[in-house]
Design a protein around this ligand. Structure first.
Ligand SMILES: Nc1ncnc2c1ncn2[C@@H]1O[C@H](COP(=O)(O)OP(=O)(O)O)[C@@H](O)[C@H]1O
Ligand SMILES: O=C(O)[C@@H](COP(=O)(O)O)OP(=O)(O)O
Length: 307
């Protein structure tokens, strides 16, 4: 095998449970995640690859690769980045990180989730609309009709006449709609914690304060809410999405007032729960904001070891 790797000029990176070919892209993204400019990250990753090849290495342990990256950063005078790199790698290695990204339809939860996953090397991203689809298969429409609507038109399936609801019927519909989905979300979180694997769960069904309280006490479960204060910008996101997916914008524009109400409701809950709220105007600013929030949690995540 080693001979073959040499012939193919391939370097295998060996982790605890898996091995994969060395990728400059993956290494560069992990450096970008801690604040290095993409061009510098890629240059550094290329330098490390050249050194490994020059030394005739065909297989390297993940831990050894980390150490090499750390020292290479030091030799290039990236001292702060080197320390940050070590800290991030140690945290991600020792603890599963569960990132929950909530926000009304169209504010950008899936976009930010995928971007974050790529930067952090988190292998799983799960949309709450997919979780909802699974739950739909196990709960009949007759039993929970609101589950079969979208978040913004669930109110149409409320059984009692709408005037019987003291509160806002759209919000009651939304709350009833997300409730069964929470069972699935919590199941996935529990499974990830038991397996020790990191995951990002995103979608409109993530509402601060509505999930079981035990999760808010775990520092490695990080909830973030995205919003757009500008209604105009929010509307434009639906048309942008319609251009690249099979989701027509009309449905969302027709229900826009209710979607905005859901946005305000999620943001209000977030503020009440001290959950960070990010204005998702620029993708890179939003991602950097989330990365900062995660690194602010490092100390408490590390302390989990001592409890
Ligand atoms: N920060 C951003 N800047 C510009 N466009 C964005 C940004 N975030 C998301 N988008 C775009 O907006 C649309 C809706 O985003 P999406 O992630 O599908 O929303 P959600 O998952 O919250 O419904 C997509 O076309 C996406 O590419
Ligand atoms: O229920 C909802 O608000 C959206 C959630 O999906 P995102 O827009 O958040 O991806 O799903 P829909 O039923 O419109 O397919």
């Amino acid at each position: 095998m080693e001979q073959l790797n040499k012939k193919l000029n391939k370097i295998m990176v060996v982790g605890k449970n898996y091995e994969m070919p060395f990728s400059k892209g993956i290494l560069a993204r992990s450096l970008t995640a801690i604040g290095m400019k993409p061009t510098q990250s890629y240059k550094l990753a290329s330098e490390i690859e050249s050194i490994l090849k020059k030394e005739g290495i065909t297989s390297i342990l993940m831990d050894d690769l980390r150490t090499r990256v750390y020292y290479h950063l030091l030799t290039k005078n990236y001292d702060t980045i080197a320390e940050k790199y070590l800290l991030w790698r140690n945290i991600l290695k020792k603890h599963p990180i569960i990132i929950l990204i909530g926000g009304a339809s169209g504010v950008g939860t899936s976009t930010i989730a995928f971007e974050l996953a790529s930067r952090l090397g988190i292998p799983s991203v799960m949309g709450t609309d997919s979780i909802r689809e699974v739950i739909r298969r196990s709960i009949s429409k007759d039993l929970v009709p609101v589950l079969y609507n979208s978040s913004y038109d669930a109110w149409k399936s409320l059984r009692l006449p709408v005037e019987n609801f003291g509160c806002d019927k759209h919000i009651i519909g939304f709350e009833r709609h997300i409730e069964p989905v929470l069972i699935g979300i919590e199941g996935i979180i529990d499974r990830s914690l038991t397996e020790g694997s990191s995951i990002i769960i995103e979608g409109t069904h993530i509402v601060p304060g509505i999930m079981s309280e035990k999760y808010s006490l775990m520092p490695n479960i990080i909830t973030i809410v995205l919003t757009l204060s500008s209604e105009e910008m929010h509307k434009q996101r639906f048309s942008a999405r319609a251009k690249v997916s099979a989701r027509p914008m009309e449905r969302y524009i027709d229900n826009f007032k209710i979607i905005r109400k859901i946005n305000d409701y999620i943001v209000e809950n977030a503020k009440y729960q001290n959950t960070p709220v990010i204005e998702n105007i620029s993708i890179s600013d939003s991602v950097n904001n989330v990365l900062e929030i995660i690194s602010d949690r490092f100390e408490s995540i590390e302390n989990m070891d001592n409890e």
